[in-house]
Design a protein around this ligand. Sequence first.
Ligand code: MN
Length: 193
Amino acid sequence: MKKYQLPPLPYNDSDLYPVISAETITFHYGKHTQGYIDKLNALIAGTSYEALPLETIVKTSDGALFNNAAQAWNHLFYFASFSPTGHRAPRGKLAAAIDKQWGSFARFQELFEAEAVALFGSGWIWLCADNKGELAIFPESNAGTPLSRGLIPLLAFDVWEHAYYIDYRNRRAEHVNRLWDIIDWTVIEKRYV
Ligand code: MN
């Protein structure tokens, strides 16, 4: 039985253009994300992990199962953060927490982008909250996720080359700078409870 399926995206493949092209969505979501889900299904089949929620698998596994479960979770989270017509800046208590931590939204964006550019090799840049609502930026290599640190993930930028190579070639800095234009902060705010 295939427990996990790739859900349809809440936007069309071409809706995020020119920040992310339909071709990148086809490969990054349709092939890479599908691939992690296929491997996850194969690895859990017939094991006790089959009965666990994906988040629990991520928190309790290691090796190939962790890599594929975390990449499946990370990508579903990442692709759910975009919309062609969302709010492009945080409001309310998340905006206040960002201002408290970094002084301004613009300064937070600058630091987040700098971490994305500095991360060596493949990985993710995360904005997360602890259980007191304090915010932090964490770079993670490969499939790394703040779920492993017991933190609440709010926002992720994927800096694996497969996320940007079709549209931006080697220009990671340009890609991450453009991502702000498609982040839907209404979605991000809902993760900050
Ligand atoms: Mn990716």
